[in-house]
Design a protein around this ligand. Structure first.
Ligand code: ZN
Length: 331
């Protein structure tokens, strides 16, 4: 009789320390190291499944320093009016996509930001619940949109178990010091047959590999973990989720991620364009401070935009999108 080795089960605790084994695939050899653009940090990666993490991780009681008021912008509005409109359109579109996949009922957006997508989901007939890290982040969703938003730690949040038709992590799972526990918690909150939807940057993508520390979506140390398709798929399967769909094209995320990465690698002020697109309450760098670089951006953008549109179409075709989205069912 052949007895198989016990199946690897990642620990639910201490992923914010240096785990003995990769929390996604169980690999226990040395990790590859790469430099980070943020001084004092490096990026470690599992040579087997590619799961990356920022090292050292910022302790939980210090992470709020990395989310200053400016990170959210006044009244949680980050971008200039033109881009604000575009972002609203993206959020509405996202809510419509979820409408086709999630039956009406309670849904929970983990890291709901200012609650735009949740408010559109409420318009579509859902019972909308959100969770945010801090009171600052939750202010707009609560006060302006009158959404029900809890604040604090997701792992100990006041939500009822086996209740939700969907749990959503839209570019938030990578902000968790312990994503293994976050996925286990999502499983606990979903009702059987409920949908887990996760969108994350793709650390195994062409963009990530080509641009390394210049890649826009790294965002260390706010991103504790950097997922690849394989590592997230492994994590979900270990938590008894059935992955049913994987999308590699995000018009909202991928072209901009590539554009900003090209500019970063070309030697411009890091994420200058991103800052210029923000409004005055969220901006860290201004055109006045970088007049020549801003002028160079204006000249380069008409050339770069068609390039990034074509390139991100190609990367998606080859299943290497700069970000990816995974849908899974709780069985
Ligand atoms: Zn691994």
């Amino acid at each position: 009789m052949v007895t198989s080795a016990p199946r690897f089960q990642p620990e639910l605790s201490d992923q914010d320390k240096r785990p003995a084994r990769c929390p996604a695939c169980g690999f226990d050899g040395p990790e590859a190291s790469a430099p980070s653009n943020e001084a004092g940090f490096e990026l470690l990666a599992c040579p087997d499944c590619g799961l990356g993490r920022t090292w050292p991780p910022v302790p939980g009681d210090e992470i709020s320093r990395w989310y200053p008021e400016q990170y959210y912008g006044r009244e949680n509005v980050r971008f200039n009016p033109l881009f604000e409109r575009l972002i609203r359109w993206f959020r509405r579109r996202r809510a419509a996509v979820l409408y086709n996949r999630v039956p009406r009922g309670p849904v929970l957006d983990v890291g709901c930001g200012r609650g735009l997508m949740l408010s559109y989901m409420r318009e579509l007939g859902y019972e909308a619940h959100g969770l945010e890290l801090s009171e600052t982040a939750a202010r707009h969703a609560r006060n302006v949109l009158k959404l029900e938003v809890a604040t604090g730690d997701f792992l100990n949040s006041p939500h009822e178990k086996n209740r939700y038709n969907a749990v959503i992590f839209c570019h938030t799972l990578e902000h968790f010091a312990n994503p293994v526990a976050a996925i286990a918690r999502a499983y606990e909150l979903l009702k059987p047959g409920g949908v887990l939807w996760i969108a994350v940057p793709n650390y195994g993508s062409w963009q990530a590999r080509l641009f390394g520390r210049f890649w826009f979506h790294i965002d260390a140390p706010r991103h504790y973990f950097h997922f690849t398709v394989w590592s997230l798929d492994a994590l979900l399967q270990r938590h008894r989720f059935r992955v049913v769909q994987l999308d590699h094209y995000s018009f909202e995320q991928n072209p901009y991620g590539l554009l900003q990465s090209v500019l970063n690698a070309a030697g411009f002020r890091f994420n200058l364009l991103y800052s210029l697109l923000k409004n005055s309450t969220a901006r860290t760098d201004t055109a006045l401070r970088y007049p020549f670089q801003t002028a160079a951006h204006v000249l380069l953008l008409p050339l770069l935009v068609p390039f990034v549109v074509v390139a991100t179409g190609l990367e998606a075709l080859f299943k290497s999108g700069g970000t990816f989205e995974m849908y899974a069912f709780k069985e």
